[in-house]
Design a protein around this ligand. Structure first.
Ligand SMILES: Cc1cc2nc3c(=O)[nH]c(=O)nc-3n(C[C@H](O)[C@H](O)[C@H](O)COP(=O)(O)OP(=O)(O)OC[C@H]3O[C@@H](n4cnc5c(N)ncnc54)[C@H](O)[C@@H]3O)c2cc1C
Length: 326
């Protein structure tokens, strides 16, 4: 298929999402002389744009999320990244092994390889104050933000493995951690429950839900709690609240069966290739131990190097095939 003059639709590689993983993939693609297109539905930067201070990205002792996003986007553009603003609706592999990527603006792009770096979204409580105090006491990531709460009294919301595990992790920094669950029974593993319940810094609050997050100019100061059995309201003074009630990976764009775990996270091999040949995944939507900026850019680096090899092999096998297809 050939491109019309001003409407380029064919690429070596299409990168879905322009967060840390997508921008790093774009930078490596440019340096590797691959013809790459990044499709990002918003401003480049992904979750960096929802993050205040970052203190664990090597080379930057402390940097604002939006500044790191800008630096990553500029770096990718310097090496020729072509970033379009559009939302990908569907990714489909055709019989000839080429991918069709359809977007909300009714574009159809083609490439023999796709790296999906569409990240995911932490599930929100949906209560007053949550958005207002995000990054000012409200967090969805203990590894990222725990160190900002040294000696503080904070709360963790949730009843699964993530809440139990992260409550324990946060006691490294916080003086006291309230673990608040809306039910009596936790659904996390027995071992994690035992560890959390035996931790002297953790106080478990059962059968209560957060009705509102309150604060002032310095950030979060209080949680309004409601007892799910009696309806009684109470106040809990805290300076931070970590919400672990789930995370939705944006993996629903893939229109055929692919290997994934029960949460919808994409399974890849060591080269970041999914169970669909030519479709790679990097960053937060991939099954892995942790989800950080460093892991997202690491995944993306591996994915682009693997794409180069995949394209070279595909070219060789096409040349060797009597019909010229692979
Ligand atoms: C509040 C918060 C604070 C954090 N703090 C830190 C920290 O201090 N240090 C750290 O290492 N990590 C931190 N993290 C985690 C870190 O931000 C993520 O691990 C990282 O951003 C993952 O990068 P990604 O590129 O995989 O995904 P994302 O950053 O989620 O980027 C995905 C991109 O894909 C785009 N996209 C999604 N669907 C589509 C579509 N259909 N079409 C087009 N575009 C699409 C999105 O708009 C987004 O820009 C934090 C996360 C949060 C939520």
């Amino acid at each position: 298929m050939t491109d019309k003059k001003d409407e380029k639709i064919n690429y070596d590689i299409i990168i879905v999402g322009g967060g840390p993983a997508g921008l790093c993939a774009a930078m490596y693609s440019g340096r590797g002389m691959l013809d790459a297109l990044v499709i990002e539905r918003g401003l480049p930067g992904g979750e960096l744009l929802n993050t205040e201070l970052i203190e664990d990205y090597p080379g930057f002792e402390s940097i604002l999320g939006r500044d790191l996003a800008e630096k990553m986007a500029d770096h990718a553009k310097k090496f020729g990244a072509n970033i379009v603003t559009d939302t990908v609706d569907a990714i489909e592999r055709k019989e000839d092994g080429e991918f069709e990527v359809r977007t909300q603006l009714n574009k159809v792009y083609h490439a023999p390889t796709v790296i999906i770096t569409a990240g995911g979204t932490p599930i929100k409580l949906g209560v007053p104050g949550e958005a207002e105090y995000a990054g000012r006491g409200v967090s969805y990531c203990a590894v990222c933000d725990g160190a900002f709460f040294k000696g503080d009294t904070i709360a963790v919301i949730g009843g699964g493995d993530a809440a139990l595990e992260e409550a324990g992790y946060l006691t490294r920094y916080a003086e006291k951690v309230y673990l608040i669950h809306r039910r009596d029974e936790f659904r996390g593993s027995a071992l994690l429950q035992q560890r959390a319940f035996n931790n002297p810094k953790i106080e478990v609050i059962r059968s209560k839900v957060v009705e509102a997050i309150e604060g002032g100019p310095s950030g979060t100061t209080n949680l309004k709690l409601k007892d799910t059995k009696t309806g009684e309201m109470s106040d809990l003074p805290v300076t931070g609240v970590f919400i672990f009630i789930g995370f939705t990976p944006n993996s629903g764009l893939i229109k055929e069966h692919f290997e994934h775990d029960e949460g919808g996270y994409i399974v890849t091999d060591w080269n970041m290739m999914t169970s669909i040949p030519g479709l790679f995944a990097a960053g937060d939507l991939r099954v892995q131990l942790t989800r950080q900026i460093t892991t997202a850019v690491g995944d993306a680096t591996t994915a682009v190097i693997a794409v180069e090899k995949y394209l070279a092999e595909r070219k060789e096998s096409k040349a060797a095939s009597p019909l010229g297809t692979a």
